[in-house]
Design a protein around this ligand. Structure first.
Ligand code: S3P
Length: 419
């Protein structure tokens, strides 16, 4: 049985962006509902090293005094956070000093050329050992750029937009499919000249800097997705998930779930700082397998682990097309989703860049390797709530990256499940 009312933590993508933009703004900004997860703390730490004055990261209000960024006196450690590393590269491209970025073992393995390549074309001087961290960037005088990204990536798009913003040069970006548009919405919300034409996003330089602002960060739909999944897999009851961002570039998982037979109701739809927000009403449902098209992937890229877990409980097969990008997330998510599903008795495999999952009614039983990837840990913890399941996670701490209170919330809404 599922029951209760729950609020997911602040949106991770938006939390990074408002911290960075507040650090660049003139005066004191106030940020409410910020995610307190480790990734956001990584952005705050890096911005403080660059001279920004940021109060303790807490949900109930963070004050940021923005000013000109200053040369750091040591390396900028981005921890596990790809968003910190890639978006900060964009900001640093517009600064007249050198900075070295690094991160934990997982982040150091992740590709950075997708960002350094266009930033070099804009005139940033970047010294890199290979396609990853550590690397040193010296920004300064930039030139405008019109760029077609080979990957649909909000991090690539945002890095270029932030370089245009800080370097005061025009930029235009095209991508194969539209990725999350939080950066565009925030820049438009702050009055910058940003527009979209035929799928190309353009930002024009502005003589004035962003004014200090007050903003409330909506709950993270990617974190809410785990709660939605736990409710769908219950046998009876109903769950209310309050204050969830429902930006259409993020809610592809709700579209896919509808196709699979689960209707998630959105009530109390409102606007919060240029982002649509709603409360979600979820009930248990019987699912049917589906095909998830390549064009849908950017709108649910972080939800593939939990959707694959749901697919394993559906009638029939599910295929996720063109999910090769999952190989370069916090872990090799593509191989690990398939291997972990197999480890608990589900038929799943990777064919080329496609992920295939065969639904079963057999209770999942076995040991899961999370590779310290927060989304793998949460997805398989949800699978562990089904009747008769015994799913052992190799670790649980990684959830602190994006959802520190995850296990407490899961326990509360599924009080019937023994832990
Ligand atoms: C993010 C974009 C996505 C997503 C990540 C956060 C962002 O990555 O997977 O968790 O905040 O811009 P890509 O842009 O690399 O797809």
């Amino acid at each position: 049985m599922v029951s209760g009312v729950v609020r997911p933590p602040g949106d991770k993508s938006i939390s990074h962006r408002v911290l960075m933009l507040a650090a660049l703004a003139r005066g004191q900004s106030e940020l409410n509902g910020l995610l307190t997860g480790d990734d956001v703390k990584s952005s705050a730490r890096v911005l403080r090293q660059l001279g920004a004055d940021i109060s303790r990261i807490q949900e109930s209000g963070v004050r940021v005094s923005g000013s000109r960024l200053l040369a750091p006196d040591s390396r900028l450690n981005c921890g596990n956070s790809g968003t910190t590393a890639r978006l900060m590269l964009g900001i640093l491209a517009g600064q007249p000093f050198a900075a070295t970025l690094t991160g934990d073992a997982s982040l150091r393995r992740r590709p950075m050329r997708r960002v350094t390549e266009p930033l070099k074309q804009m005139g940033a001087d970047i010294k890199e050992g290979g396609d990853g961290l550590p690397l040193t960037i010296r920004g300064g005088k930039l030139r405008g750029l019109t760029y077609t990204s080979p990957v649909a990536s909000a991090q690539v798009k945002s890095a270029i937009l932030l370089a245009g913003l800080t370097g005061k040069v025009p930029v235009t970006i095209r991508e194969p499919y539209r990725s999350r548009d939080h950066t565009e919405r925030l820049l438009a919300h702050f009055g910058l000249e940003i527009h979209e034409r035929d799928g190309a996003i353009s930002l024009l330089p502005s003589a004035v800097s962003i004014p200090a602002f007050q903003i409330a960060v909506p709950g993270d739909p990617s974190s809410a997705a785990f709660l939605v999944a736990a409710a769908i897999l219950a046998d009876t009851g109903e769950l209310v998930i309050e204050n969830v961002g429902v930006n259409p570039t993020r809610t592809g998982f709700l579209v896919v779930l509808e196709r699979m037979g689960a209707h998630v109701e959105r009530v109390n739809l409102r606007d919060e700082g240029g982002e649509p927000v709603a409360d979600l009403l979820v009930r248990p449902a019987a699912l049917t397998g589906t095909e998830v098209a390549a064009a849908e992937i950017p709108t649910l890229v972080d939800e593939v682990p939990v959707l694959a877990v749901l697919a394993s409980r559906a009638r029939g097969a599910t295929v996720f097309r063109e999910v090769g990008e999952l190989r370069v997330k916090e872990s090799n998510r593509l191989e690990l989703i398939a291997a972990n599903l197999r480890a608990v008795g589900v038929k799943a495999d990777v064919q080329g860049n496609d992920l295939h999952v065969e639904g079963t009614e057999k209770p999942p039983r076995g040991k899961v390797e999370t590779a310290k990837d927060h989304r793998l840990a949460m997805a398989f913890a949800v699978l562990g709530t089904v009747d008769g399941a015994s799913v052992k996670l190799s670790e649980k701490k990684s959830v602190a990256i994006s959802y520190p209170g995850f296990f407490a919330d899961l326990k509360r809404i599924r009080a019937d499940v023994p832990t």
